[in-house]
Design a protein around this ligand. Structure first.
Ligand SMILES: *Cc1c(COP(=O)(O)O)cnc(C)c1O
Length: 360
């Protein structure tokens, strides 16, 4: 069986044991004579799947009881609208931190609904660092503060979660949820598209403090109102059933591995290996400030576009796929989410060394 090391930023690799389990259960799930895709979303078997997925996620992230977990659709991009529609309802002011392309999209969308202030930005240096945030920068009247904890395209990540006092902190955690331990109680709301660290595309996870539910105005579209999904146990309409089932398998895989503490250790090891090599390499380097580096998405550059193109092409021939950098940044990017094994990063570094020798 051919499997490559897929460094895609998303959709990205899934753990092989998860794919194999899904394959084994595909045509006859739990002796039902049906696949999960054919089960009614109101059936007992699917109820066990969705409730099981929620319980596993609560356990993994240690989610406090006063938070709801919602399984919705529309991707993280839909949350760019849902967040202001639901939360920008008191002072109609919110503070955003601009750390990259995804933050910019979130800001652009939120501006349709209220008075949006950008309190810090790293755009001056091509988003190569994370700006300092302290409480004095935050408007105490703001309905919320929004950050992107990991910047998938630029390869930066917040190393510390900013203290926003009584103002709820909202985080787009699409590309680093479940990659390390995190204190959920510091956030009012966390959202993440599934296709990076959770499961297949089509599912979006929202973790929301209960007091932030029910603030949307009457004219909020029903599917974008957190109350709709909270009151129905994410079953207001047909949810992405197969994606939720896959997410549950991923959560089980993570739990068996030892949870977020264990995966964080592995993730740090993988990232350290690649960053150390980039430090010593004469051809490749990281464009990101040392104190702001992501352990999930690692961009790197060579001295020329020609070398970049040759690198991506030759890597693919070696079974190292999707290493081309995002079109807005150029160069290369290795996304090394939870499902990327240590061996995949080792293989990449070996290949980079060989490439460097062959192209001196
Ligand atoms: C991938 C990504 C998005 C967009 O997610 P969709 O599910 O495609 O809408 C938004 N924010 C971040 C940080 C991402 O990594």
């Amino acid at each position: 069986m051919k499997r490559v090391y897929n460094f895609s930023a998303g959709p990205s690799m899934l753990p092989l044991p998860v794919l194999e389990k899904a394959q084994k259960e595909l045509v006859n799930y739990a002796d039902s004579g049906m696949s999960v895709m054919e089960l009614s979303h109101r059936s007992g078997l699917f109820t066990d799947i969705i409730q099981g997925a929620e319980q596993l996620l609560r356990g993994l992230m240690n989610i406090p009881d006063n938070y709801k977990v919602l399984f919705v659709q529309g991707g993280a991009s839909q949350q760019f609208s849902s967040v202001p529609l639901n939360l920008l309802t008191n002072s109609k002011k919110a503070d955003y931190v601009n750390t990259g392309s995804w933050s910019k999209k979130a800001i652009k969308e939120a501006k349709k609904y209220g008075d949006i202030r950008v309190i810090a930005s790293s755009e001056d240096k091509n988003f190569s660092y994370i700006p300092e945030i302290d409480r004095s920068m935050i408007d105490p009247e703001a309905d919320y503060v929004h950050i992107t904890t990991n910047n998938t395209i630029e390869g930066t990540a917040f190393q510390n979660i900013p203290d926003t006092g009584d103002v709820p902190l909202v985080a787009d955690m699409s590309s680093n949820i479940l990659s390390e331990e995190v204190d959920v109680s510091k956030f009012g709301l966390i959202y993440a598209g599934a296709q990076k660290n959770i499961g297949p595309a089509g599912l979006t996870v929202v973790i929301i403090r209960e007091d932030l539910i029910g603030r949307a105005p009457e004219d909020c579209p029903v599917m974008l109102d957190y109350k709709t999904h909270s009151e129905s146990g994410s079953l207001y309409n047909t949810p992405p059933t197969f994606a939720i089932y896959m997410a549950k398998l991923v959560f089980e895989w993570l739990e068996e591995l030892g949870g977020l503490k264990a995966i964080e250790e592995i993730n740090r090891k993988k990232a350290d290996m690649l960053y150390s090599y980039l430090e010593e390499s004469k051809m490749f380097s990281s464009p990101v400030d040392k104190d702001s580096r992501s352990i999930m998405n690692i961009p790197f550059v060579s001295p020329s576009d020609e070398l970049d193109a040759a690198f991506v092409k030759e890597a693919k021939a070696e079974g190292l796929e999707t290493l081309k950098g995002h079109r807005s940044v150029g160069g290369m990017r290795a996304s090394i989410y939870n499902a990327m094994p240590v061996e995949g990063v080792e293989a990449l570094i070996q290949f980079m060394k060989k490439f460097e020798e062959n192209h001196q």
